[in-house]
Write a protein that binds this ligand. Structure first.
Ligand SMILES: [Zn+2]
Length: 162
């Protein structure tokens, strides 16, 4: 199952590689899958979820475009926020689940594609501090867990235009 996700992430250029010597003449290549942050700490990182494991009513992952995967991730974050599992990646406060949030609690899901490839949730007011927070975060120093699994069978999927 994981190999399906890996193939898709590879196709989209979202894997990161590191080559290092192993003390002999061989060079070992290591790779990292894209991540999802459930909070501000290194141990809050999990692997990016596979839509095929969530009963998501959209396309199977292998047929998704990047935009379709981003839509899935937004729905996944909504479920995670509803479950009380998500903290702001900057300030660490619990992200609240409410239709009518005060300004200070409004949040957005964002995608970072640098050396670190990760989806995360941040308060609007915390976005400015985010580059500083993420500076120096390196995928090869993180040990992501498997993502929590949510039932997204009732998620809204936009009508496809193609
Ligand atoms: Zn925040």
């Amino acid at each position: 199952m994981e190999s399906d996700a890996r193939g898709w992430f590879e196709r989209e250029g979202l894997l990161r590689y590191s080559a290092f010597g192993d003390g002999t003449n061989d060079v070992v290549e290591d790779e990292r899958m894209p991540l999802t942050a459930l909070g501000p700490h290194d141990d809050d990182f999990v692997l990016a979820p596979n839509p095929d494991h969530t009963d998501y009513p959209g396309k199977p992952m292998r047929e998704m475009s990047m935009e379709e995967y981003n839509t899935f991730m937004y729905r996944w974050f909504e479920a995670a926020v509803h479950a009380g599992d998500i903290r702001c990646v900057n300030c660490g406060k619990l992200i609240r689940d409410d239709d009518d949030l005060p300004d200070a609690d409004t949040w957005d899901a964002i995608f970072i594609e640098k050396e670190l490839v990760a989806w995360m949730v941040v308060h609007f007011d915390c976005k400015k501090q985010l580059p500083k927070k993420l500076k120096g975060m390196h995928p090869f120093e993180l040990n992501p867990r498997d993502p929590p699994v949510y039932d997204l069978s009732r998620a809204d999927v936009p009508i496809e235009s193609d």
